[in-house]
Design a protein around this ligand. Structure first.
Ligand code: NAD
Ligand code: UGA
Length: 439
């Protein structure tokens, strides 16, 4: 099949590359010229393990192309994916302007190039319930009926840092549509999933849109539950990881997303919770649980700040070494990273920050300003520091050389928000160790 993917960001790029790998002929289109030039040369604009190898392989096979020429691509395509961003607006609602611009562009192209079979327009961006119906209305208003273009909702569940694996091997594929033709076309597009018996969830457009937000919201609830419990465990001298393990073995609860941390971040959980709350408000239903999740997540970041400040008390011109800036490991994405709240709060309280992240420093710099000194290794960040604050669970932090670390620091104190350091080893090495949710 010939496919157009609009948007070469995390989702569009990964989707396009994986569809090319399935044997389709794919154009990934973006309005960002420098992004397209980099991609044409085989370089990924995002850090995502495994992506450059797949880009190169599929560029060489001739199945994958990057371009800014939407018109010729859509003209030739039988399926068009929209994977543009849907950020938070000031009110918390999803800002749909990029999505509707893309829809209008596709509508204009389709009206000039009628085809015999209807084009499938797949909304992959995360959008609030009712959006795909608005897309259908927009197409109708442009004179494009169902005989010319069929709208499908196909939300994406990939995780950054694991995006290729998630896209090639999803746990389920959600397809929202209002016609049998659409379900059939999506199944032939996704033939490797069908062959591997990956479950397809075939539902209405509205249900597909809801499934995406509900899934993200539920995962954020799980994280917030364990983060809140972590605070209680600290007071009751219990290890929250022991509690999480005991809970997670109950199949009704499950072990995933019960890892305490500095609060969740990233490009989606925070914005999607706000967007779902806004949908609730619009429909006269206050989603109280989501309000609580937001408060718990803010409190978690404050808790981390307080833990560091307590340990800096009485030290003049204190230095905090920060290991990890990205919102999670294996990504360079800084969108809504806890570091963006925690570091400014520490700086406002007089701390100097020396930070090290394996890949996110370039993205962090414009967001955190010049108050942070960026270092090229964990040991360099630890030089003369009074607290070592671990914010991201990068693999290399798990087996950091504690004796070497101690010799670098002015005061041997670790605040570990990801539980990457073994507390006994840290204490044996002479550190004052704090791990979130630990006795
Ligand atoms: P992103 O910001 O990384 O990428 C969006 C891209 O779209 C940008 O490169 C931008 O230049 C391009 N773009 C915008 N308007 C365009 C147009 N008219 N024509 C061509 N290109 C255009 O966004 P993202 O993180 O990939 O997210 C995209 C959507 O997928 C969002 O709705 C998001 O909520 C959802 N989502 C994201 C993830 C994730 O892990 N990032 C996972 C699941 C779902
Ligand atoms: C999340 C979802 O997991 C994806 O299914 C979804 O497609 C995506 O959002 C999206 O809609 O964008 P992602 O944000 O990439 O994916 O990363 P996660 O692994 O879900 O982590 C999100 C945040 O929660 C991170 O800050 C992470 O550190 C935190 N987290 C996660 C915890 O604190 N504890 C956990 O147990 C799990």
């Amino acid at each position: 099949m010939r496919i157009t993917v609009i948007g070469a960001g995390y989702v569009g790029l990964v989707t396009g590359v994986c569809l090319a790998d399935f044997g389709h002929s794919v154009d990934v289109i973006d309005i960002d010229a420098s992004r397209i030039e980099r991609l044409k040369a085989g370089h990924s604009p995002i850090f995502e393990p495994g992506i450059e190898r797949l880009i190169t392989h599929n560029l060489e096979s001739g199945r994958l192309a990057f371009s800014m020429d939407l018109e010729s691509s859509v003209h030739a395509a039988s399926v068009v994916f929209i994977a543009v961003s849907t950020p938070s607006s000031d009110t918390g609602e999803a800002d749909l302007r990029y999505l509707f611009t893309a829809v209008d562009q596709v509508a204009a192209i389709l009206s000039q190039h009628p085809s015999e079979t209807p084009t499938i327009l797949v909304v992959k961006s995360t959008v609030p319930v009712g959006t795909c119906t608005s897309v259908r209305t927009r197409l109708l208003n442009a004179g494009i009926g169902e005989d010319r273009c069929i709208v499908v909702s196909n939300p994406e569940f990939l995780r950054e840092g694991n995006a290729i694996g998630d896209c090639l091997n999803p746990e389920r594929v959600v397809i929202g549509a209002e016609s049998a033709v659409a379900f059939d076309r999506m199944k032939s597009l996704y033939h490797p999933y069908v062959a591997r018996e990956i479950p397809f969830v075939e539902v209405s457009l509205a249900a597909a849109e809801h499934i995406k937000y509900a899934s993200n919201a539920f995962l954020a609830v799980k994280i917030s539950f364990i983060n809140e419990l972590a605070l209680l465990c600290e007071k009751t001298h219990t290890d929250v990881l022991e509690v999480a393990r005991g809970m997670g073995l109950d199949a009704r609860i499950g072990p995933g997303f019960l890892m305490p941390g500095p609060g969740f971040g990233g490009s989606c959980f925070p914005k999607d919770i706000r967007a779902l709350e806004a949908v609730g408000q619009k429909n006269g239903v206050e989603l109280k649980l989501l309000g609580a999740v937001d408060l718990i997540n803010k409190r978690q970041k404050r808790h981390v700040v307080n833990q560091v400040l307590t340990r800096l008390s009485g030290i003049s011109a204190p230095i905090v070494a920060v290991l990890g800036l990205a919102f999670k490991a294996n990504t360079d994405d800084m969108r809504d990273a806890p570091a963006l709240d925690i570091l400014p709060a520490l700086i406002a309280n007089g701390a100097m920050i020396q930070a090290y992240d394996l890949v996110a420093a370039d993205n962090a710099r414009p967001l955190l300003g010049e108050h942070v000194r960026y270092c090229s290794s964990a040991m360099a960040a630890a030089a003369d520091a009074d607290v070592l604050l671990i914010l991201t669970e990068w693999n290399e932090f798990y087996d950091i050389d504690l004796m070497a670390l101690k010799s670098q620091m002015r005061t041997p104190t670790i605040v570990d928000t990801r539980r990457v350091i073994d507390p006994k080893s840290a204490t044996r090495a002479g550190f004052n160790y704090y791990g979130i949710g630990r006795a």
